[in-house]
Design a protein around this ligand. Structure first.
Ligand SMILES: [Zn+2]
Length: 321
């Protein structure tokens, strides 16, 4: 992709593009462009390793590859510190108007670390996602991990093209999260008319999350028609591992509830909750300075918070069958 080479030569910001871009493979035949963004949260470098692994395996397969795969690191400064974010959550600022301002502001005038990081990411992805003449789809995968022990899932919109593609990944699909989380990258990308989703691969720094993220990217390459997986010799163990991790989990669920943490709440999740644990209304889930926090609805628990940074205590979702 010519645009990237041009950008590499331009020293427009403090972060070198070669550090931001994990790698890229351009197929010999036309096809979708897959953008894998990893490490938007600085305490989630695990998916970066998965992207590196996939790139290593698909390099050299350009003859067999249709389209383009590009891996990008999200929040370099937070990644270097191992923290979720420096000034503000980088996955809560992707509003069209904020991004417009970020694009128009010179780097040294951008107010927060995360907006600078976002500006640098936009310089790479804007020519891809905002290209109105493109003939092939653009698929944006925002790769995350979480602080709970197990479970993996993809956060999607209900749009048919999203659901058709993501159903092939064989992971639970979560709908309706946009009602609870505003300013996410995936929602912004969807608004630009492209396919966008978040892939939550497993617990931060865990080997299983790295395996799941790798399996998920392989499955995406196949589902989108970029690459036949028979060309990937190590696909099978990844596929089997992911299948084992998702066995028994619901296929499609819908967001119904989020516990919002406010300043000085002293929120503490009770230990032992995992993603997709079944809960009933009234179950004792967490504590804050006022005492017990009980489930306000029955369903499955999602993303119980076992880390200090973050304002979302837990989510409750219901099975859509
Ligand atoms: Zn994250």
């Amino acid at each position: 992709m010519e645009i990237l080479t041009e950008k590499e030569e331009k020293n427009t910001n403090s972060v070198a593009y070669k550090d931001r871009i994990i790698g890229m493979v351009e197929g010999k035949t036309p096809g979708p462009t897959i953008i894998a963004l990893a490490g938007v949260h600085g305490n989630e470098p695990t998916s970066i390793k998965a992207v590196e692994h996939v790139l290593e395996k698909i390099k050299g397969l350009e003859d067999k590859f249709s389209g383009t795969f590009i891996g990008i690191r999200g929040n370099l400064e937070a990644l270097s510190k191992g923290e979720r974010f420096i000034d503000e959550d980088m996955n809560r600022i992707w509003f069209t108007s904020i991004l417009d301002k970020v694009r128009r502001t010179p780097f040294d005038k951008v107010l927060t670390a995360e907006r600078r990081e976002t500006k640098a990411v936009l310089e790479i992805i804007d020519p891809i996602i905002l290209n109105e003449n493109k003939k092939e789809p653009v698929i944006f995968a925002d790769l995350h991990t979480f602080s709970a022990e197990t479970g993996l899932f993809a956060i999607s919109s209900r749009e048919k093209k999203n659901v058709d593609l993501l159903s092939k990944l064989n992971v639970p699909l979560i709908f309706g999260i946009e009602k609870a989380l505003h300013g996410t990258a995936l929602k912004y990308i969807q608004n630009t008319g492209n396919i966008g989703f978040a892939f939550e691969a497993g617990m931060h720094f865990s080997e299983s999350a790295e395996f799941n993220a790798t399996a998920g990217i392989y499955a995406l390459l196949n589902a989108s028609g970029c690459l036949d997986l028979s060309y990937i010799p190590d696909y099978e163990p990844y596929h089997d591992f992911l299948a084992q991790q998702t066995a028994g989990l619901p296929k499609k669920v819908e967001f119904i509830y989020k516990h919002i943490i406010e300043e000085d709440d002293d929120f503490v999740m009770r230990p032992g909750f995992k993603n997709f644990d079944k809960i009933k209304k009234g179950d004792w889930l967490a504590n804050d300075k006022l005492g017990r926090i009980e489930a306000q609805a029955g369903g499955y628990i999602l993303m119980p918070l076992y880390q200090e940074q973050g304002d979302d205590g837990f989510f409750i979702v219901k099975d859509l069958g």
